[in-house]
Design a protein around this ligand. Structure first.
Ligand code: FDA
Length: 497
């Protein structure tokens, strides 16, 4: 409500925002969460809330008139199509050197992601967050995050025979024949439900190719976990289709927050101002970094320090496909939920997720999203002439990621006598090096903030999302984002409230 006052305002409803909302509410604080995306609680004309990955429609993209699918081509043909401009679920946000994919809606990235719930190897943690106590994370906060997120494991006996994981078993065979470590990884998708899908006893979601644009069943996204528990406290209000554009100090130690209400065409239908005692930035690595960079540069939060906007990385994401022999089909019906990875982090700096290619036809392709050790870091800066916040990442900075991924796939190709697919990202292009699913950093812990996410310069302002993590987690990031948020909010509740 315009003119209202709230004790705590949370910007964004992804992992960081959901943890903050639940824990603050449990501590007795009223919390208002402002989310620029939609609520995703109402079925469309087809009776479904979410569109299928193979048939993108108006629900699929955030304010685009044409889809921007991560795999842009198939057999050399472009597969993108026109869609009505709408506040859809997946944002393919273009910067000059990289497209950053992000979820939009109540639940943030949990609505669109693969659900791979990976806790990094303990020996790698020091390189991820050097100022954080490792014992505390592995004894308390990683277990807490895994439990709240509903992380579960696939039943391996079932996985060994399920038709929808033929592609996973081919991935394992090829990894092991080249002496790589192959690991089954946990997920937040309800694996018992998926077994019933495969058996044909419940409505299909993962086995019907739903993922990138939301799952209608089975996926334990944040609205079913943290946010459901947060709402049950009676202390959390969530306002969708509202975008925070400004936060600035006013008298009494409070902050004035400017919020734009959006229509589903992206138009601003109203501008409101509220005041808050505390503001948690949880707009995701890109959203939080863009806001803070702009607010510092335009004089609304001038005392933020010079670390704002720095330390951004892409988690070393790079994609590729391999063309298998005819005796290694990967299956025409593939579960869209990935369950496996090839771990060559120690030797080659790459952890490759064995990813689905749920096209509905046999492709004889193996597809991988690699997370690699890429040392390049980019910076956000305010461009006064265009009024935009730019990111200086360059496409060529993916070369270390390609080199790391090749430590796995060159060897597998040599063992198998196979080649890379060259038709998935354009014409004769092997590497999907134009994108990331895992933006991290921009307001790094213990640099832009103190060691618990308190922004330097403004008591009462906090960062609590992927912006805190300096560019890489060595595995898929959301478990680490959640666990770090749990750690920080516990300290903030104990010391600041
Ligand atoms: P997150 O992005 O989740 O939430 C931020 C929220 O803030 C969004 O809902 C956004 O709309 C909102 N917002 C932004 N600006 C705002 C503003 N100004 N005002 C109001 N609201 C605003 N990770 C993983 O661990 N395993 C996996 O399998 C995958 N797979 C995967 C697939 C795909 C396609 C994507 C795009 C991503 C993944 N990820 C993933 C990554 C994972 O989803 C991501 O790291 C987390 O969602 C980030 O969590 P945060 O809390 O930082 O922000």
């Amino acid at each position: 409500v315009d003119g209202a006052h709230v004790p705590v305002l949370v910007v964004g409803s992804g992992y960081g925002g959901s943890v903050a909302a639940l824990r603050l509410a449990q501590a007795g604080v009223d919390v208002h969460v402002v989310e620029m995306g939609m609520a995703w609680d109402t079925p469309g004309p087809d009776g479904k809330i979410f569109a299928n990955t193979t048939a993108p429609d108006y629900r699929s993209y955030w304010l685009r008139t044409r889809t921007k699918q991560p795999l842009s081509n198939f057999l050399g043909f472009p597969i993108d199509r026109d869609v009505p401009r709408y506040t859809g679920i997946l944002d393919a946000e273009d910067f000059s050197g990289i497209t950053v994919y992000q979820g939009r809606g109540v639940g943030g990235g949990s609505l669109v992601n693969g659900g791979m719930a990976v806790t990094p190897r303990r020996e790698n943690f020091g390189a991820i967050l050097p100022s954080v106590n490792v014992d505390e994370m592995y004894n308390v906060f990683y277990p807490r995050a895994n439990a709240e997120l509903g992380v579960n494991n696939v039943d391996q006996a079932w996985w060994e025979t399920a038709a929808c994981y033929q592609y996973g078993r081919v991935g394992r065979k090829h990894a092991q024949r080249s002496n790589f470590s192959f690991v089954l990884v946990p997920n937040v998708y309800d694996m018992a439900y998926m077994q019933q899908e495969q058996a044909g006893t419940v409505p299909k979601s993962a086995v019907a190719g739903e993922l990138l644009y939301g799952n209608n069943h089975g996926k334990k996204s944040l609205p079913k976990t943290y946010l459901a528990r947060a709402r049950a406290t009676g202390r959390v209000a969530i306002t969708p289709l509202h975008r925070v554009t400004s936060v600035a100090p006013v008298s009494g130690g409070r902050f004035a927050v400017v919020v734009e209400q959006l229509g589903t065409g992206g138009e601003v239908t109203a501008t409101k101002q509220v005041t808050a005692d505390r503001v948690f930035f949880a707009a995701g690595s890109v959203g939080t970094s863009k806001l803070l960079t702009r607010l510092k540069a335009t004089g609304r939060l001038p005392n933020l320090n010079n670390e704002i906007g720095k330390g951004w990385g892409d988690n070393g994401n790079v994609m590729c496909g391999r063309a298998n022999h005819l005796w290694d089909p990967t299956g025409s019906v593939q579960s869209s939920v990935p369950t496996a990875g090839i771990d060559n982090w120690a030797a080659g700096g790459a952890f490759a997720e064995v990813a689905p290619l749920p096209t509905g036809i046999e492709t004889y392709a193996s597809f991988y999203l690699s997370i690699t050790r890429n040392p390049n870091r980019a910076q956000f800066s305010y461009n006064a002439s265009t009024g935009t916040v730019d990111l200086n990442w360059q496409t060529a900075w993916k070369q270390p990621s390609i080199d790391a991924a090749k430590t796995i796939f060159d060897r597998i190709n040599a063992t198998e006598g196979t080649i890379y697919r060259t038709d998935l990202f354009g014409v004769y292009k092997i590497w999907g090096d134009h994108l990331t699913y895992h933006p991290l950093g921009g307001a790094v812990l213990n640099r832009a903030t103190d060691n618990y996410g308190r922004l330097h310069g403004y008591p009462g302002l906090y960062v609590i999302d992927g912006a805190l993590i300096p560019g890489n987690t060595s595995v898929n990031p959301f478990v680490t984002i959640t666990a770090l948020a749990e750690r920080n909010i516990a300290r903030i509740i104990a010391d600041d409230l």
